[in-house]
Design a protein around this ligand. Structure first.
Ligand code: 5GP
Ligand code: ZN
Length: 108
């Protein structure tokens, strides 16, 4: 992992963060600059820069990210009304942090 990856630092506990979900493979925490009443980032522990670098062995991680998003949507009471799951890919796709993550946004 590159030492300048802010999400790796968050995951390793080098930046104090309240985790809404954490296991060996996936973590979730609030976005620092929320664009929705509920705005949570779900990210794999493994440093993968963009969706373009996903390998076949990583596919289960992407499935787990969606499953964690589903659970957190229920926990934050936005599941019924609806929400967005967004993965930005590369600069042209709006990606700013090059450690893949899914945005869970809702609660409008
Ligand atoms: P991207 O544009 O890469 O899809 O999304 C990156 C997101 O990470 C942005 O919504 C931004 O607000 C969030 N972010 C950037 N730095 C930090 C940080 O240090 N802590 C947290 N919790 N979120 C961050
Ligand atoms: Zn990273």
């Amino acid at each position: 992992m590159p030492n300048d990856c802010i999400f790796c630092k968050i995951i390793k506990g080098e930046i104090p963060t309240d985790f809404l979900y954490k296991d060996k493979e996936i973590v979730a925490f609030k976005d620092i600059n929320p664009q929705a009443p509920v705005h949570i980032l779900i990210t794999p522990v493994k440093h993968i820069p963009t969706i373009n670098e996903i390998q076949d062995d990583d596919l289960q991680l992407v499935g787990k990210m969606v499953n964690v998003a589903k659970k957190l949507a229920k926990k934050t009471n936005i599941a019924q009304k609806g929400y967005k799951l967004i993965i930005n890919v590369e600069k042209g796709g709006g990606q700013e942090i090059f450690h893949i993550h899914m945005h869970l946004m809702g609660g409008w």
